[in-house]
Design a protein around this ligand. Structure first.
Ligand code: ADP
Length: 349
């Protein structure tokens, strides 16, 4: 495992690259690996290109190692009042859902396969348990899906057509989603059941690349309210967004047409807008000039990107030469995000 040497400060945006192992299907097809990790450095080489990130996780890294290195410290930040957003970016089949753990039942009860969400939720409730003598905590979760520039409430229990949610901005409260289902949760198990319920309602579709590829962005949000037992005025509310982005593959490669093509165009717009926002933050552009309004995805995340927020982008790639072009495109996208070095926050842990 390779880590950055940045121990005393953390960047407001961090980028982790995760390379999944070659799949059996790829080995059967005679694929070779086309990406190499530079020993001792958070750097990869591909063709004649080199990219450096905050962390690089090679093929053999376990879910636990990934979580401990890239995510665990962010949980403490949530309880200090920061908003935290984790975004998984990459082409379909690159390991986004596996890494995020959005499909909880996919881990088949095998704890070594648990992704970021179940591990983070367990840490959140561990923290609460050990601090309950001093603070009152309230945890609410919501789960939504952005599909074709529409925002759907995955927990509403209503038919899809009746679960559309509007995104509004409130001068005091920031982004608000009137009518969204927010469920109070008090344990890891309860939270995972909610995640599971929402996941079963997601839109999936078949492309030439993956039988059950996800064509929508899934946003699981945990809102944590913390109040001092001795002084009501000492209170924080933090939003934790865990985002499994839709596949980033270019439309040409998916051989999409009709409805799938329309989806692809909308997905690419959202990802492009996200890339532009992240890149503008990195350029030091004043937040009031950043074009959050270009997509539903960036509108939804606007008070969680920049400002008092920490963002971890996890770029997921396949090592197979067959995916070389898509892998390079993901590496470039992540590289744009990586350039953000504005306002490092002093790490008090
Ligand atoms: P995506 O969400 O990007 O479409 P998935 O997370 O569904 O991709 O991953 C595609 C396949 O690769 C799944 O079968 C998943 O279990 C497997 N996979 C992904 N990353 C890893 C990893 N780091 N280790 C082992 N298997 C992985």
């Amino acid at each position: 495992m390779v880590e950055s040497d940045n121990k005393s400060t953390i960047d407001t945006v961090q980028v982790a690259l995760r390379i999944r192992p070659l799949m059996q299907l790829e080995t059967d097809r005679g694929c070779d690996e086309c990406i190499e990790v530079v020993p001792g450095q958070p750097q990869v080489q591909i063709k004649d290109l080199a990219f450096t990130y905050n962390h690089v996780f090679p093929q053999h890294i376990t879910q636990q190692e990934f979580y401990d290195t890239a995510v665990k410290s962010l949980i403490g930040k949530l309880f200090q009042g920061y908003n935290v957003t984790i975004l998984a970016y990459g082409q379909t089949g690159s390991g986004k859902t596996y890494t995020m753990g959005t499909n909880y039942s996919g881990s088949d009860g095998d704890s070594t396969k648990l992704g970021v969400i179940p591990q983070a939720v367990a840490d959140i409730f561990d923290f609460i348990e050990t601090h309950e003598d001093k603070f009152i905590f309230k945890v609410n979760v919501s789960f939504m899906e952005l599909y074709q520039e529409q925002c759907y409430d995955l927990l509403s229990g209503k038919e899809r057509g009746h679960s559309i949610i509007e995104i509004r901005e409130d001068i005091n409260k920031g982004v608000i989603l009137p009518g969204i289902t927010e469920l109070p949760v008090t344990s890891t198990m309860e939270t995972m059941m909610v995640l599971e319920r929402g996941s079963s309602g997601r839109v999936t579709g078949s492309t030439a690349m993956n039988q059950a590829s996800s064509r929508s962005h899934a946003v699981f949000t945990i809102v944590i309210y913390k109040e001092s037992r001795t002084d009501k005025n000492i209170a924080t509310t933090s939003k934790f967004h865990l985002v499994d982005l839709a596949g980033s593959e270019r439309i040409k490669k998916t051989k999409a047409s009709g409805e799938r093509l329309k989806e692809g165009v909308k997905i690419n717009q959202g990802l492009l807008a996200l890339g532009n926002v992240i890149s503008a933050l990195g350029d030091g552009t004043n937040r009031s000039f950043i074009s959050y309004r270009d997509s539903k995805l960036t509108r939804l995340l606007q008070d969680s990107l920049g400002g008092n927020s920490l963002t971890l982008m996890v770029a997921c790639v396949s090592p197979a030469d067959y995916n070389l072009d898509e892998t390079v495109s993901t590496l470039r996208y992540a590289d744009r995000a990586r350039r953000i070095r504005n306002k490092p926050i002093i790490n008090q842990d």
